[in-house]
Design a protein around this ligand. Structure first.
Ligand SMILES: Nc1ncnc2c1ncn2[C@@H]1O[C@H](COP(=O)(O)OP(=O)(O)O)[C@@H](O)[C@H]1O
Ligand SMILES: [Mg+2]
Length: 499
């Protein structure tokens, strides 16, 4: 499976939800900050208007009692305010009546906000002018008419305050930066919570998907009894249920196929037995002498029927294993001797391919406790594979390691090796590595050998697996375990004199 250069669902989910969280938090902060800034600006303007109106009120009261002390006191108060550059009350002719700068009292101002023109203005919205003083200070100048009485209204002068723009801006930016700090704090907090949420979400979604993937892989490797467990109570659980249903149906189909194959093989066996019987008779000349050509043809028929019989036996073996009907009659066995038998048996084939054989089984390896015929089937299959899939001048090696109550046997070769994606499937029946079949030459094979080997090893309570490349760096090594003849076993089977 091409798993490189792949981003997992978990990563994608976490990444995109984090991106979303960052985007929402950022744009949220931006809009809050902007709205707050506008509110602050509006509030500043209102409070300045209120200040001018308050000055007007004081001036009005002073006019009513004809005593300026109130205005003077109020002006002194205003002078202390940081943002205020000046405050004044003017008479209708533009003459300064009260001023925060006493030197200016009595002077006449002549700008548009000081004379009669202002009388006509709205009495509630002051006139706002932006002025620049001689010393370069920028001023927001608010002026509002002072009017006494309603009918007829009597214009009495102007209340006027100049606010220092720079001081206002400074105050504004102070509050803004305080607010920004608070919002950044909230942003970081939201981000952390959002990030945690994203990771939790991604894990929640990715976990059942991963168990689905693993389950599907297991089922795909032929373990049709496997069931996928997903407890999310959503579509993923439905998907898992569908998968399980599919696996169940596949299992049923597989069972039907097994039954069919087993029936067919049984039916094939009896006619084949009689064919072989009569063939032997023919070869022996029981039906009259054979010509050379007839003998040749008969021997070809004989070879083919032997192959066919072996195949049928294999199929029956597999059927027996699958139905758990394999019966064993175990007895103590000497691994050294068995290895030697293999060496002798396969010598012609190894010589033909100039393959070297090396028996590295320790001399003192303990006895094993196996069904000798079935065990021979295992070693024959594995050794013939090792030879079959190794090219000329290779090496086949036997090795054994003693475990607590088992012996681990290694059959290693320097051959074609086994591709990663096949390693899990190789022990299923009919599985063959396409690319290495060339090495098998004439002996095409059926892909049943390893399935039988696995069944026999497991019936003995052992396990079998393959590692490829082998420790030598190429080829493969099949490793399997078989029971060691322990004292416990000896007692159980009453074996005081091991054979
Ligand atoms: N020692 C080995 N080296 C390389 N490939 C092997 C080896 N043993 C088995 N295989 C692969 O596993 C497949 C299955 O083996 P097996 O079940 O014995 O079937 P068969 O020998 O009939 O093809 C083989 O076809 C081959 O592709
Ligand atoms: Mg084989």
């Amino acid at each position: 499976m091409a798993r490189q250069n792949r981003t997992t669902i978990k990563f994608k989910l976490a990444f995109f939800s984090t991106l979303l969280v960052v985007f929402v938090a950022l744009s949220g902060s931006y809009y809050i900050l902007r709205a707050q800034k506008q509110t602050l600006i509006a509030e500043g303007n209102t409070s300045r208007i209120d200040t001018v109106k308050a000055l007007r009120q004081v001036a009005r009261e002073a006019l009513l009692v004809d005593d300026d002390t109130g205005i003077v006191n109020y002006a002194n108060l205003l002078r202390k305010a940081l943002t205020i550059s000046y405050a004044m009350v003017l008479n209708t002719d533009g003459k300064v009546r009260v001023h925060t700068d006493p030197l200016l009292i009595g002077k006449t101002l002549s700008d548009p906000a000081s004379g009669q023109a202002l009388a006509a203005r709205s009495r509630e919205t002051p006139l706002l002018q932006r002025l620049t003083l001689d010393d370069g200070r920028e001023i927001l100048d608010y002026s509002i008419p002072i009017v006494l009485g309603l009918t007829p209204p009597e214009y009495k002068g102007v209340a006027r305050i100049g606010f220092d723009k720079k001081a206002i801006d400074l105050l504004l930016s102070d509050s803004l930066s305080k607010m920004t700090r608070q919002i950044i704090g909230a942003f970081v907090f939201a981000l952390i919570i959002g990030l945690l949420g994203a990771i939790v979400l991604a894990t929640l979604i990715a976990k059942p998907i991963e168990s689905l993937r693993l389950g599907a892989k297991t089922i795909g490797e032929g373990k049709l009894n496997h069931r996928i467990e997903v407890n999310t109570h959503d579509e993923l659980k439905d998907l898992a249920d569908e998968f399980n249903l599919m696996a169940k149906k596949l299992g049923e189909l597989d069972q039907m196929k097994q039954d069919f194959v087993s029936n067919v093989t049984h039916e094939l066996r009896s006619p084949l037995t009689s064919i072989r019987g009569y063939l032997d008779l023919l070869i022996q000349g029981a039906a009259g002498p054979n010509t050379d050509l007839q003998r040749d043809y008969l021997s070809i028929i004989k070879n083919s029927s032997v192959r066919l019989a072996r195949f049928i036996d294999n199929l029956l073996d597999v059927a027996k294993i699958e139905a758990h009907k394999l019966t064993l009659s175990p007895s103590p066995a000497d691994l050294q001797q068995l290895a030697h038998e293999m060496e002798v048996l396969f010598k012609p084939q190894m010589d033909e391919k100039k393959i070297r054989f090396s028996n590295l089984i320790p001399k003192n390896i303990p006895l094993i406790f196996v069904d000798k015929d079935k065990f021979a089937e295992v070693t024959i299959n594995l050794t013939s594979n090792a030879i079959k899939f190794t090219s000329e001048e290779g090496l086949v090696k036997f090795l054994a390691v003693e475990g607590p109550n088992y012996v681990e046997i290694h059959i290693e070769d320097t051959g074609a090796g086994i591709p990663k994606d096949m390693i899990g499937k190789l022990f299923n029946k009919f599985e063959q590595v396409k690319s290495s079949q060339g090495l098998a030459r004439k002996q095409k094979g059926t892909g049943l050998g390893l399935a039988i080997v696995k069944g026999i090893v497991e019936a003995h309570g052992g396990r079998i697996w393959v590692e490829s490349p082998a420790p030598s760096g190429k080829g493969s090594v099949f490793k399997f375990t078989v029971p060691k003849l322990t004292d416990e076993l000896k007692q159980k089977y009453n074996l005081t004199h091991p054979s």
